[in-house]
Design a protein around this ligand. Structure first.
Ligand code: COA
Length: 173
């Protein structure tokens, strides 16, 4: 089975946004620098080599979030990457959501909910999905956010270094 192509567009406040898994649009440098930011508390401050970032991105369903028609964009199609989310998956039975990030200056306007709604659409389209999983900060805003937007439930609050495992089970398997 070929890897499916995902592409959504949305117009908001006179600005166009795109969510896509097109690898030709991805800025590996953007992902590299984002994962080293303090807001991305689950990775630590280390800057991973670009080759490592490429391997990570190519081997998962990486959704880039882009602002289009931005004249400050360095890319030729004028799409500027402002966020991303990754689903580690076989596209059939299992989906692990990780690395959800939007630039602070672009947060708080509904783009995060849009990004998560689209990841939900991808997860829900898997033909024999057994479960979807994620980890988030036990005391952060993520628990309520993922309960509401993804239908996740807290699975385990054991000793996970302040992280909580959340899961949505689709079958008894
Ligand atoms: C999580 C994140 C992508 C949400 O993006 P956003 O554009 O602010 O999201 P929206 O405007 O669509 O929705 C805001 C909702 O996100 C929720 N949220 C979840 N995690 C959040 C976080 N770490 N920081 C801020 N808001 C967060 C808020 O509770 C808010 O819910 P509300 O509308 O009921 O108040 C963004 O805050 C982010 O990149 N945070 C830093 C990285 C991070 O914490 N990622 C998630 C790990 S669980």
């Amino acid at each position: 089975m070929a890897i499916p192509t995902f592409h959504w567009e949305k117009s908001f406040d006179g600005q166009e946004y795109v969510i896509s898994n097109n690898l030709e649009m991805i800025s590996y440098e953007f992902i590299q620098s984002s994962l080293a930011r303090k807001e991305v508390y689950w990775t630590g401050p280390t800057i991973s080599p670009l080759e490592t970032i490429k391997t990570m991105v190519v081997n998962s369903c990486t959704l880039g979030l882009y602002k289009t028609g931005d004249p400050t964009s360095p890319s030729k199609d004028k799409a500027r990457q402002i966020g991303f989310a990754r689903i580690i998956t076989d596209y059939v039975t299992i989906a692990y959501l990780t690395d959800v990030f939007i630039l602070p200056e672009c947060q708080g306007t509904g783009l995060g909910k849009w990004l998560i709604a689209r990841t939900r659409e991808i997860i829900d389209s898997m033909p024999e999905l057994r479960r979807s999983v994620l980890l988030t900060d036990q005391n952060g805003k993520g628990v309520k956010f993922y309960e509401r937007e993804l239908g996740m439930k807290v699975f385990n609050t054991g000793d996970n270094g302040g992280k909580v495992v959340m899961m949505r089970v689709n079958t008894s398997s």
